[in-house]
Design a protein around this ligand. Structure first.
Ligand SMILES: [Zn+2]
Length: 457
């Protein structure tokens, strides 16, 4: 009799401590007895209770010291780690009027703990999706929507430059995305009008502009380390653009890292953020792993066949280019790692971005790849985690995001192991809070299963 009573007690206890509480009020959660990684410093707060209401953290404190609301959904955090949700700062969202595939991509980010994205190529529908996520009508990450790209193709005159910047600002985009091919003259007008109208600009550095003009003009972020290799190759002015290769692919062996000091100083002094997208460079360019082998990686099952075939072809194309040289490509990959480490050592601020969905970068999954590549470059796990959490709050000038404390947004990831010990632990996701939503491990797994083969670029 006594043991039956005990058993019943245990059943009641277990039910209260899992996410099966059907009577819980929407948007109210308590994570009990969890280790919190607040990301405002390199520490872990053991045995904490965290209360959440309507997408905001309302309490963080020692477990058991404060009574939670009776109608909150209780999640047992014992043995788990709670960390701010991650940001993919170089994300892509399909840009078509049919938003079904965009919604799947957006959801896949969240299922991987990516609760914030910067959309790096705009479409009018993105503005609608951004608002729908904000009002909670479907699950997606906090969406900073870049405008349609400004490139040599879309900006043919100073008049185009001025009018497009004004249009995109008026349309409501959060920032301008710059692509290659801009003339210096047109770029200068973009930068001037952007300043005047108050819209940030970010992305690629056109060859005609060069990294020094980019820094002086005040890019919000330079992505892909674009222009960095060119800036440290002596005699670069004598090498025609078509002999340099994407991101300096054909000239990295000529770079002199000692020349990077001035570059790093200028980036730091002018508060230019850097988004390395090392995952894109390594996975697309490396001769060390074939396209077919990348296509067999576990997360590729989420991509639809046509997109995945396109990626295989894209890697094959770059490796078949007449100037592609394995030794030079390896030199580029190593040089990029050194530049990433040098950025951190010189207080140049980095935010994480992998450029998904692009060549073998699956939305959400590839952000975790990017974190590993940055650890490979020599960053500590804490430094790496900062690039996807606390630094993101700083980038957006928003102290209410990227850290775990009372009053910040409750975009959070529950992890099974401590990522400060090993960065690959960011993939051990036990649950995600995004906006007012809670996604349990079971809910995540079920949805991932449904998305197999359905993600398009
Ligand atoms: Zn991109």
């Amino acid at each position: 009799m006594k043991s039956l009573f005990l058993l019943m007690l245990i059943i009641v206890f277990v039910n209260c401590n899992t996410s099966t509480n059907k009577t819980a009020a929407p948007g109210k959660y308590v994570v009990k007895n969890v280790s919190v990684i607040p990301m405002d410093s390199d520490k872990v707060l053991l045995q904490q209770d965290v209360f959440i209401a309507d997408g905001v953290i309302t309490y963080v404190g020692n477990a058991g010291t404060q009574e939670a609301d009776k109608d909150a959904l209780v999640i047992d955090g014992t043995g788990k780690y709670l960390i701010p949700g991650f940001a993919e700062m170089h994300a892509h969202v399909p840009g078509t009027d049919d938003t079904a595939s965009a919604k799947k991509v957006l959801e896949l980010y969240v299922l991987n703990g990516v609760t914030t994205i910067r959309g790096m190529l705009g479409h009018p529908q993105h503005l609608v999706l951004r608002d729908e996520i904000k009002n909670g009508s479907f699950i997606g990450p906090r969406f900073y929507a870049g405008a349609p790209g400004l490139s040599g193709g879309s900006v043919k005159s100073v008049k185009d430059a001025d009018s497009l910047v004004r249009k995109y600002k008026k349309d409501g985009y959060d920032f301008l995305k710059l692509l290659p091919g801009l003339s210096l003259e047109n770029f200068n007008v973009i930068a001037k009008t952007a300043k005047e109208t108050g819209i940030p600009f970010a992305g690629h550095v056109s060859s005609d502009v060069g990294v020094w003009n980019a820094i002086a003009a005040g890019y919000a972020s330079i992505d892909h380390l674009d222009g960095f290799v060119e800036a440290i190759v002596p005699g670069i002015e004598k090498i025609p653009e078509d002999k340099r290769g994407l991101f300096g692919l054909y000239i990295a062996d000529k770079a002199d890292l000692k020349l990077a000091d001035t570059l790093l100083q200028s980036l730091q002094q002018n508060n230019i953020w850097v988004v390395p997208t090392q995952a894109l460079a390594e996975r697309w360019f490396t001769p060390a792993k074939s396209a077919e082998d990348f296509a067999k990686e576990p997360e590729m099952v989420y991509m639809d066949e046509k997109t995945l075939n396109g990626w295989v072809q894209s890697k094959k194309n770059i490796m078949a280019a007449p100037l592609y040289d394995s030794a030079k490509v390896m030199a580029l990959i190593e040089l990029r790692k050194k530049l990433i480490k040098a950025c951190i050592d010189n207080n140049v601020a980095i935010v994480a971005g992998s450029d998904a969905p692009q060549v073998f970068d699956v939305p959400g999954f590839s952000l975790h790849q990017e974190l590993k590549y940055m650890a490979d470059a020599g960053l500590t796990p804490y430094q790496v985690l900062q690039t996807a959490t606390a630094n993101v709050g700083k980038y957006f000038n928003d102290p209410g995001m990227g850290v775990v404390k009372k009053g910040t947004v409750a975009d959070l990831v529950l992890l099974s192991s401590n990522p400060l010990e090993d960065i690959s632990h960011t993939t051990g996701i036990a649950g995600v809070f995004s906006g007012t939503h809670w996604l349990s491990k079971q809910a995540i797994d079920e949805r991932l299963e449904q998305l197999k083969g359905k993600i398009k670029q």
